[in-house]
Write a protein that binds this ligand. Structure first.
Ligand code: IVH
Length: 703
């Protein structure tokens, strides 16, 4: 008897899964390649005909597709932080002992390899992989699900139907990297190292191409939506992740008061690993350092994490990293270069930073021409002169720095001295606490820096107003201050270098949108020394929920109302008071107030509570839009209102936002009965219809 479609899909699905598992996990081929391809093609075809019968963890998802990925921006539901760093055994031991002192009891620590790859967060709902998101800025990353699904060690379906977010590192093994690079005939396209190849693969436009890159993953942290399901400590999390189907790095080490304690804990969690006493930390680091070169993948350090979860919760986080973990970094690679010259930069606070201009040098996979020199004191310590041969390293593997002079120059140059006057405005440079400052508030470089900071993506996030554009607009006399952003006539800028009609339209849109940013964002964007993101939130939570309250308290002059807020000390309070007394800041605030910016937190709260109109809905978008350029803006509007966004139309999608020229997604939506919403309907749903109906396109497209 012939099988019906459901039976055939079910059968092919389970058969292919067995073949894939055998092949990718054990290296065994149970069928010939051509037979495998035939079965896989047949399943794909049936799934296209009957999308409703497709399994959410179908093996065809591993194959990837030729559709173009658009990597929508997604807000993380867990904090995706990085780690504080240590560069010596002592620093790690210090972390152990300080943690133990602080907790006043015995703790244990897991030690893992710090995989040098790309950080990824895998989100599962009901045990199914719903999305894989890059780290991004820690709050918002890119949805790269289609590409990550091609990694066979990323489970599509877990052994239990849990809601969980899992952090892991996507990487490529050294041997796979060599092999892959050899097959690339175009030298220019060869990746410099496994990490770069991984980074590129994660963002390949087509998942059918990402599939060809031999990526792998190790998972190391799990966050359950239901707190009651969370295991009590890190090693039980690891063993649970393993049972759920994730790949865990087998090279685990564990530290406790005695080696026997450590052994016992590992055993209780059912994990294999090396047990150590705290006193053996130097031995452990030596051993791992020696082992590093022979590992099959690249690591750039070791990670030490407090094992007990209740203690982790108690220790909490700083703005950037957890207080319950530390990364020991292996010494960074160094390279030699010649110092050609030193340029002097003026930052938004007036701080003067010398920057070394060096001969182009390859280091850690990239070519560098500049490196930071921090300040005059640092130059003095190095006795650095132009023409010297220096060693360069990548500190924390990101910003290159000049580390030492290897050979002095033969040109008679002596230790470099910063100029006495600001290279930008000519005013005298002043020394404050070992650092150099230009104290002219109107110094063009400072003004440009302040405007760029205000508009940057971490602050007011004004589309189209990056540092280059700011400089061009400032030099043309169009944008001279932060408040000018909201009053300048930008049409005058059309025709300036790199600025066309389109970019001005995008800029104007970006500016208009930025007016909706909440008070906390406006406050931190002002660039007041002590008020960063956290500071702004602390002040607001502490009762300063309106800028006038800050101004009044500063006028009053008492530090009391400030220091009574946890986390604000006397110096910070004094600095805030003097900032809010300065005429420059007060003038700026008044100008921003008349432009309609939110200077009162109660205004943003109201908006939030009435807005969750897309709660429970799953939206996909296609085509281009008049009012949302780039398209990610439309995604933000959906997410702001509680909706989820996905990159492809599946049976679980509830709405398709369809713009001009949408392609296959529209056909998918029609076939699956997904509600299709046009731009105008969408604008009226979110209450922005009038704002967007431009005179030129008054015609409404109704769906
Ligand atoms: S734990 C909240 N464990 O290193 C703690 N990170 O600077 C999160 N990494 O962004 C990090 N191997 O991409 C942790 N075994 C490991 C890791 C690891 C590599 C990366 C990760 C993170 C960065 C920390």
């Amino acid at each position: 008897m012939a099988m019906n479609a459901k039976e055939e899909i079910d059968k092919l699905t389970s058969e292919l899964k067995v073949y894939q598992d055998k092949y990718y996990k054990e290296g065994i081929s149970l069928v010939s390649d051509s037979e495998y391809d035939r079965l896989s093609d047949r399943l794909s075809m049936l799934e296209k005909e009957h999308p409703e019968l497709m399994h959410p963890d179908s093996p065809t998802l591993r194959v990837g597709s030729d559709l173009t990925n658009d990597f929508p921006e997604i807000r993380h539901t867990i904090p995706v932080l990085s780690l504080d760093k240590a560069y010596s055994d002592e620093a790690v031991l210090d972390f152990f002992s300080k943690s133990i002192d602080k907790e006043g009891g015995l703790l244990s620590f897991a030690a893992e390899e710090k995989i040098d790859g790309i950080s990824m967060v895998l989100y599962y709902e009901g045990g199914l992989l719903v999305r894989a998101v890059t780290r991004g800025n820690g709050e918002i990353g890119n949805d790269v699900t289609a590409n990550i699904m091609t990694i066979h060690t990323v489970p599509l379906k877990l052994s239990e139907p849990v809601d969980i977010a899992v952090r892991g590192e996507v990487f490529i093994r050294k041997a796979d990297f060599e092999h892959f690079n050899e097959s690339e005939s175009d030298d220019a396209k060869k990746a410099a190292n496994p990490r770069n190849l991984t980074a590129g693969a994660v963002r390949r436009q087509k998942s059918s191409e990402a599939r060809l890159v031999p990526m792998d993953i190790f998972c190391y942290e799990g966050f359950w939506s239901n707190k009651d399901e969370t295991p009590p400590d890190h090693i039980s999390i690891l063993s649970t992740l393993k049972k759920l189907g994730f790949q865990i790095n087998p090279h685990l080490s564990f530290f406790a008061d005695t080696k026997a304690d450590a052994e016992e804990k590992l055993k209780a969690a059912g994990l294999e690993g090396d047990a150590y006493a705290f006193s053996e930390i130097d031995e452990y680091i030596k051993r791992k350092t020696a082992e590093r070169a022979s590992l099959p993948y690249e690591i750039d350090g070791l990670v030490f994490k407090i094992n007990e979860l209740d203690v982790r919760e108690h220790f909490g986080y700083t703005e950037h990293h957890p207080r319950w973990a530390i990364a020991y970094k292996f010494e960074s690679p160094q390279a030699e270069a010649k110092l050609l010259g030193i340029t002097v930069q003026v930052g938004r606070t007036g701080r003067i930073t010398p920057v070394a201009e060096i001969t182009a040098t390859k280091l850690g996979g990239s070519t560098i021409k500049r490196a930071t020199l921090h300040n005059q004191e640092y130059i003095n310590e190095l006795e650095l002169a132009i023409g010297d041969t220096v060693s360069i390293s990548k500190r924390g593997d990101v910003i290159p720095a000049v580390e030492a002079v290897i050979e002095k120059n033969n040109d008679g140059n002596t230790t470099y001295k910063l100029p006495d006057s600001c290279p930008c405005c000519g005013s005298r440079i002043v020394q404050i606490g070992g650092l150099q400052y230009c104290q002219n508030y109107d110094c063009p470089d400072q003004v440009k820096g302040r405007i760029s900071f205000f508009a940057s993506s971490d602050q007011m996030d004004i589309e189209g107003l990056g540092p280059k554009t700011v400089a061009v607009l400032y030099d043309a006399g169009i944008l001279k201050s932060i408040p000018d952003i909201y009053s300048a006539d930008f049409s005058k800028a059309i025709g300036l270098p790199g600025i066309g009609e389109k970019s001005i339209k995008a800029l104007e849109n970006g500016i208009k949108e930025s007016k909706d940013r909440p008070f906390a964002t406006v406050l931190s964007s002002l660039g007041i020394a002590e008020i960063g993101k956290k500071g702004a939130e602390m002040l607001i939570a502490g009762g300063f929920d309106d800028i006038d309250k800050l101004i009044a308290a500063a006028k009053d002059g008492s530090i009391e109302p400030f220091v009574s807020i946890a986390g604000i000390g006397e110096t910070t309070a004094e600095n805030i008071i003097s900032a809010f007394r300065s005429s420059e800041l007060l003038t700026m605030i008044e100008a921003l107030r008349s432009s309609g910016l939110k200077l009162d937190a109660s205004l943003d709260k109201q908006e939030k509570s009435e807005e969750r109109i897309f709660e429970g809905q799953v939206w996909c978008i296609t085509g281009s839009f008049r009012s949302f350029n780039p398209r990610s803006k439309a995604l933000k509007e959906i997410e702001k209102r509680g909706g989820r966004t996905v990159s492809s139309v599946t049976s679980r999608t509830t709405h398709l936002l369809s713009g001009e020229g949408g392609g296959s997604k529209r056909a998918d939506a029609e076939r699956l009965g997904v509600k299709i919403v046009g731009e105008d309907e969408f604008l009226s749903l979110i209450g922005k219809k009038d704002a967007a109906a431009g005179p030129a396109d008054g015609q409404l497209l109704l769906f």
